[in-house]
Write a protein that binds this ligand. Sequence first.
Ligand code: FES
Length: 151
Amino acid sequence: MSSESVYKKYPKNEASNLIALLQDIQEVHGYLPEDDIIRVAKHAGVPTSRVFGVATFYNQFRLTPLGKHVIRVCRGTACHVKGSLDILQTLEAELGIKAGETTRDLQFTIETVACIGACSIAPVIVIDGKYYGGLTSKSVYKLINEYMKKD
Ligand code: FES
């Protein structure tokens, strides 16, 4: 689906379609580009500030593109107890971004997630769908540097 077909799908000046419209635009781009936020506002007949408000309120929406590698750091209780904060901080320091951000070269995105059902191997991270468990600051440092070298 293209942006154009998304806009065609929804009638103009129908504010009740705002969330569905944003979801479809995000489906097309993987995030909500600023130009589309402005266009969605015009299309739905609402102020741009309201669209930004909705896009930032719901965490299903992203205002920045995802990186090539998406790193999900589990911050559930079992992982927290086993040191997931150290894991997260090591990744943030190595990549120079905070959770929820993407590196400038669009290679990596870090996200935090609630329990991903692998507590027995806590602390766990998932990179591009692949699970890595039993991590330490040292092993995650090594792991992320291997990914950095790959690209
Ligand atoms: S708390 Fe992290 S996998 Fe369950």
